[in-house]
Design a protein around this ligand. Structure first.
Ligand code: ATP
Length: 251
C-alpha cells in the first residue's frame, strides 16, 4: 500500500540549531498518527515542513508517492493535504454553516468558478454545498448550532467548527495542530471519537498533541521527537513503555 505521506530524512536548521534532524516516518491511509515530544522538540517545525509553510534544508516529502517537497501550501492543499491552520480564522459574524462553506473553496476553486459561469447549474450546486456543510456540522456534533454566528460558539465548539471546515475541503490528509488544546474532558473525548471516524471515513490524520490521553486513545501510530530527532515510533502501548521516551519526558 502506498503511504499517504512519506517523510524522508526531513531536516531543517535555523542558524546553528537543527530544529528537525533527519526525521523519517510514513502516514498510512485511514490511520491516525500523532507526533509528540517535549517543548521545543521540533514538532511545529516538522508540521511546517510538511504543510509547506517553510522549506526543508534537506530531505524529501512525498504525498501519495509524488514528491511535493518544494510545493507551496496552496498547491499541497489542492492535492488534499489540509492543515486547519492554513485556513483563515473563523468569520465571527458568519453562521457556523457559512463558515463551513468557506472550506469548499479551498480545493474546488476551479470547480466553483466553472459553476458560476454556468448559471443554470449554480442553484443546484449551492444546495448541494449547503447540504454537505450541514452534514459536516452533524458529524462534528454542531448540527444544532448550524445557524448560530461563530461568535456565539464556545471555544471548544469553535475548534470543532474549524475541523468541519477543513473537512469541507475533502482532505486526504488532515493535519491538526494541538486540536485538544483548551478543550475540557468531555470535548476531548468527543474529539477523539471524531478523529477516529474521520480516519475510518478515508482521511488520514496527522496531529501534534500534548494531551497524552487523547494521543493514547486515538492514535494508531505515535512518532516521538526530542531535540529534533525521532527517538521512537510505534503503537501507543509500546511508546508508553519505551525507555527513551520515558527518559525524554522525565529529563
Ligand atoms: N523561525 C525560527 N528561527 C529560529 N529558531 C526556531 C524557529 N522556529 C523554531 N525554532 C527553534 O527550533 C526548535 C524547535 O521548535 P518547534 O517550535 O518546532 O518545537 P515544538 O516541538 O513545536 O515545541 P512546542 O511543543 O513548545 O510548541 C526550538 O529550539 C525553537 O526555538
Amino acid at each position: 500500500m502506498t503511504a499517504c505521506l512519506d517523510v524522508r530524512d526531513a531536516t531543517r536548521s535555523f542558524g546553528g540549531l537543527v530544529a528537525v534532524n533527519a526525521v523519517s516516518f510514513q502516514v498510512m491511509p485511514r490511520s491516525v498518527t500523532a507526533v509528540i515530544g517535549p517543548n521545543g522538540a521540533g514538532k511545529t517545525t516538522l508540521f511546517n515542513l510538511i504543510s509547506g509553510a517553510i522549506a526543508p534544508s534537506s530531505g524529501r516529502i512525498l504525498f501519495e508517492g509524488t514528491d511535493i517537497t518544494r510545493e507551496a501550501p496552496e498547491a499541497k492543499a489542492a492535492r488534499g493535504l489540509i492543515r486547519t491552520f492554513q485556513l483563515v480564522k473563523l468569520f465571527a459574524d458568519l453562521s457556523a454553516v457559512e463558515n463551513v462553506k468557506v472550506g469548499f473553496h479551498l480545493r474546488s476553486r476551479g470547480g466553483l468558478l466553472a459553476a458560476l459561469l454556468r448559471p443554470r447549474r449554480v442553484r443546484g450546486m449551492e444546495a448541494a454545498i449547503e447540504r454537505r456543510a450541514r452534514e459536516l456540522l452533524d458529524l462534528v456534533g454542531l448540527g444544532a448550532a448550524a445557524d448560530l454566528p461563530a461568535s456565539a460558539l464556545s471555544y471548544g465548539q469553535g475548534r470543532l467548527l474549524e475541523v468541519a471546515r477543513a473537512l469541507a475541503a475533502e482532505p486526504k490528509l488532515l493535519m491538526l495542530d494541538e486540536p485538544a488544546a483548551g478543550l475540557n474532558a468531555d470535548e476531548t473525548a468527543r474529539l477523539s471519537s471524531l478523529i477516529r471516524r474521520i480516519a475510518e471515513g478515508g482521511t488520514a490524520v496527522l496531529l501534534i498533541e500534548h494531551d497524552m490521553h487523547l494521543v493514547m486513545n486515538t492514535a494508531d501510530d505515535v512518532v516521538v521527537v526530542d531535540f529534533g530527532k525521532k527517538i521512537a515510533q510505534g503503537a501507543p502501548d509500546r511508546i508508553r513503555q519505551d525507555p527513551a521516551v520515558i527518559a525524554a519526558y522525565l529529563g
